[in-house]
Design a protein around this ligand. Sequence first.
Ligand code: FES
Ligand code: FES
Length: 167
Amino acid sequence: MSNILNINNYEYTVNDDMLEMSLLKYLREILHLTGTKNGCEKGLCGTCTVIIDNKATKACRTPLKRVINKNIITIEGIAFSNGKLHPIQQAFVDCGAIQCGFCTPGMVLASYALLINNDNPTREEAAKALRGNLCRCTGYQQIIDAVLESPKIAKKMKVSLKAGCLQ
Ligand code: FES
Ligand code: FES
């Protein structure tokens, strides 16, 4: 039986001898999807966050064998094909929630996992959803502002928060 992964709506077949490899390594080194960042490789920083079956998941602690036949979304999968930013990405820009940008893909995807289930979160709910994601430079106020702003931007853009390659 083949080992199929669905990543950003494309199917990939993984050989049996690669099943112990982490999803982070596979994304970055095999598929060259380097938007998923490697901050610690220990499950501590959240820079490697991706969406697996609608849940925010740390790719560094996820072996490929655990994601066979699952739907995976990386940061490359949420922008529009015409290059337009996803409303959450736009909110991060508008709220000044990015400095060096290293934590940003993970922050955006952790926010995405929250917002596709709850498009009107409180500040506390947003902070809770991002508690596994560390930022060493921007500060969390602007990042949480961006999460709360995202549904308004989606409305203005007339797109769903689930927008992107999966739509
Ligand atoms: S690289 Fe995965 S949590 Fe830090
Ligand atoms: S923007 Fe630099 S680590 Fe968050």
